[in-house]
Design a protein around this ligand. Structure first.
Ligand SMILES: Cc1ncc(COP(=O)(O)O)c(C=O)c1O
Length: 403
């Protein structure tokens, strides 16, 4: 008899590191060179963590041998408070901040503290799939509100409002968005806040790409407009500070904090059960959040991420079969394949063929919990010459599929 695993896992998917990624690894072991564009891991593409953060960690290694408090070290939490205060967020203090092993751990912890079986969480479609997975794993039900291409991948507010019922507990926002790169306007955020206020919901705002915005765009932190709504803001060192491997993220609670007392106590208990998060990495937070923000240069005119985005836009525009909404923020391109030219296209099959025939690994759109089957996502992280090579290969496959 086999040992069965939890039934809760059956609905959980994380295709970004799933079957295709495993197949890519097999091909690599056979000696093939795979171009991997499936995952937003800046360190893999030559981006470095700012040196000052490395030094802050190294200098404090001696103070990192013991467990710290479950919420995280005080200087890191205080640095998050100061950043939020500078943004105009009121009434926040270090007691409202939890440091975790990446935003990933805190998404799970927060949903575990919040949900009862059958509770519903409103999640954007497309989403970052951990939000769906962690909702299901904690007994909740993901309910998707569309962020369609016709609305430049911004939330459809009318549908969002219509999905609220007596079981709804939370609205998840991912802004700037992974995978679409949409950056939401203040009006959109105000409308979402109003739905939350009317229906006594908590807003879970995943802002891990908060300073990754391209020229002409501006990012509005959700907490700045959530005065009478409880808002949990998630961010971390992985993307803006290119330190995925440090495994440091934080969640800060603000707005109608009085409503969140029971939730914060439950978070504290769950955080205590796992003792504390990785201590050395936490020493880099204060250095990261203070002083100059090197990500700005990478995203501004002629910065590396700006340039890659420009190349992708040119290549998509040139292609007969590809289309996308140019990302306003984050570090991904969410590209559609023309269904009129490729009726019945299946994104998983397309991605598998691209991997087998052309040795390029992409993330199929359906990894992000969308009904469409004609999308894929690539990262903006590689050097421009790799992007040119990849598009050549994509076009070669599309032409092959037509012939
Ligand atoms: C939207 C979003 N949230 C959270 C995470 C997880 O980040 P972390 O490395 O902090 O766990 C990612 C990682 O790609 C992400 O894209």
């Amino acid at each position: 008899m086999t040992i069965k695993s939890s039934k809760l896992i059956q609905n959980v998917r994380y295709e970004i590191r799933g079957t295709l990624a495993k197949r890519a690894h097999e091909l690599e072991l056979k000696g093939y060179e795979i171009i991997s564009l499936n995952i937003g891991n800046p360190g893999l593409y030559g981006f470095r963590t700012p040196e000052s953060m490395r030094l802050a960690m190294i200098e404090n290694l001696e103070s990192s041998e013991a467990y710290c408090g479950q919420k995280g070290i005080f200087p890191a939490r205080e640095a998050v408070v100061m950043q939020q205060q500078e943004r105009g967020i009121k009434g926040i203090n270090a007691e409202h901040v939890f440091i975790g092993n990446g935003v990933s751990e805190l998404i799970d912890l927060t949903l575990r503290a919040l949900l009862n079986p059958g509770d519903e969480v409103l999640i954007p479609s497309p989403d970052y799939p951990l939000w769906s997975a962690a909702t299901s794993l904690n007994g909740g039900k993901p309910v998707y509100y569309p962020c369609p291409k016709e609305l430049n991948h911004h939330p459809d507010i009318n549908i969002l409002a219509s999905l609220v019922n007596k079981n709804t507990r939370a609205i998840v926002l991912i802004n700037p968005n992974n995978p679409t790169g949409a950056v939401y306007s203040k009006e959109t955020l105000l409308a979402v806040a109003e739905i939350a206020r009317k229906n006594n919901l908590i807003i879970l705002s995943d802002e891990i790409y908060d300073q990754m915005v391209y020229p002409g765009e501006s990012f509005v932190p959700m907490a700045t407009i959530c005065q009478d709504v409880l808002c949990a803001t998630f961010s971390g060192l992985s993307k803006v500070y290119r330190a995925c491997g440090y495994r440091v993220g934080w969640v800060s609670f603000s707005g109608e904090i009085i409503k969140g007392k029971g939730l914060l106590d439950s978070m504290d208990l769950l955080a205590a059960l796992r003792l504390c998060s990785n201590v050395p990495g936490q020493w880099a937070v204060q250095t990261a959040l203070g002083g100059s923000q090197s990500i700005k240069k990478l995203c501004s005119t002629n910065g590396r991420l700006f340039n890659t985005r420009k190349v992708i836009t040119n290549l998509v525009n040139k292609s007969e079969y590809l289309n996308y909404i140019e990302p306003s923020g984050a570090m991904y391109a969410y590209i559609s394949i023309d269904e009129r030219a490729f009726p019945g296209i299946d994104d998983q099959d397309f991605a598998l063929r691209l991997l087998e025939d052309e040795h390029v690994l992409i993330a199929p759109g359906s990894s992000f919990n969308v009904p469409d089957k004609n999308y894929f996502r690539i990262t903006l992280l590689p050097e421009e010459d790799i992007i040119y090579r990849v598009f050549k290969k994509i076009n070669k496959l599309l032409n092959k599929m037509l012939s």
